[in-house]
Ligand binder design. Structure first.
Ligand SMILES: [Zn+2]
Length: 167
């Protein structure tokens, strides 16, 4: 039995990238782990910050993007120290998912997670700019870039040099 009253996660050194978030105890499938905190901003402001970070990423090699889409009007910028969830790494094999719930982004376990395992979810970036987001997760199913699960086949075709068929 895991004690649900204690904080489920801790921050530590990741094998995948920089610092990561790890299970501090056993976490059950479906359990809420952490909320992705940040500043609610308009799409206009979001685009401005996105471009600014892209420039920074090109100059520094640190391609981190922390902006989540909330709805048609607003996004959430999680690039703040107080947002521990920004340290959760992407991987092509995951144990969590980000769920939009009442205007909040919450991270839930998609399977039982053992103490010490790294918390991982799919960032699900749009396939258009996949070259900007290489993945080094090291799992056998890694496609080499951070894209949504449903776009993996498409990306594999692109990487093979074959254009995906249009309907
Ligand atoms: Zn990967």
């Amino acid at each position: 039995m895991s004690d649900k009253s204690t904080k489920p996660y801790r921050i530590g050194e990741s094998q995948i990238h920089g610092r990561g978030v790890f299970a501090a105890r056993h976490i059950s499938k479906g359990e809420f782990i952490i909320e992705y905190l940040g500043e609610k901003i308009t799409k206009e402001e979001s685009n401005r910050r996105g471009l600014e970070r892209e420039e920074y990423a090109k100059a520094s090699g640190d391609g981190a993007v922390y902006i989540f889409e909330l709805d048609d009007k607003y996004d959430l910028d999680g690039n703040f120290e107080y947002n521990d969830a920004r340290l959760i790494n992407h991987a092509c094999r995951t144990n969590c998912e980000a769920v939009l719930e009442d205007g909040k982004i919450k991270i839930y376990a998609t399977r039982d997670i053992q103490e010490g395992e790294e918390i991982l979810y799919n960032y699900g970036y749009a396939i258009e700019h996949f070259m900007d987001h290489p993945c080094h997760c090291g799992f056998p199913e890694c496609v080499g870039y951070i894209v949504a699960v449903e776009d993996r086949k498409k990306l594999r075709r692109i990487l093979k040099g074959r254009k995906p068929k249009r309907k």
